[in-house]
Write a protein that binds this ligand. Structure first.
Ligand SMILES: [Zn+2]
Ligand SMILES: [Zn+2]
Length: 80
């Protein structure tokens, strides 16, 4: 199951499971759209070099049984 991490690794912006501006790579590194799509990352994950794509939103009815991750990762050093 996809981890829905609660924040952007670069700027620590909140990314709740319903966020439309969450971006994610194949390793589930998670970023906000302004970091992912901006000049800083230009659509690529700074950790693995893979593509960042829009994170699918889990239907609210499924979140109770399959909750989003609460484990925040913040690694701004990779984002300069
Ligand atoms: Zn960000
Ligand atoms: Zn990655």
């Amino acid at each position: 199951m996809l981890q829905l991490r609660p924040n952007c690794e670069c700027c620590d912006a909140d990314l709740p499971p319903e966020a439309a501006n969450a971006r994610i790579c194949s390793f589930e590194c998670t970023f906000c759209a302004s970091c992912a799509d901006g000049d800083k990352l230009a659509g690529h994950c700074p950790n693995c070099g893979g593509e960042l794509v829009a994170r699918p939103r889990r239907p609210a009815a499924k979140l109770a049984a399959n909750p989003a991750s609460t484990e925040a990762l913040h690694k701004p050093l990779g984002c300069v």
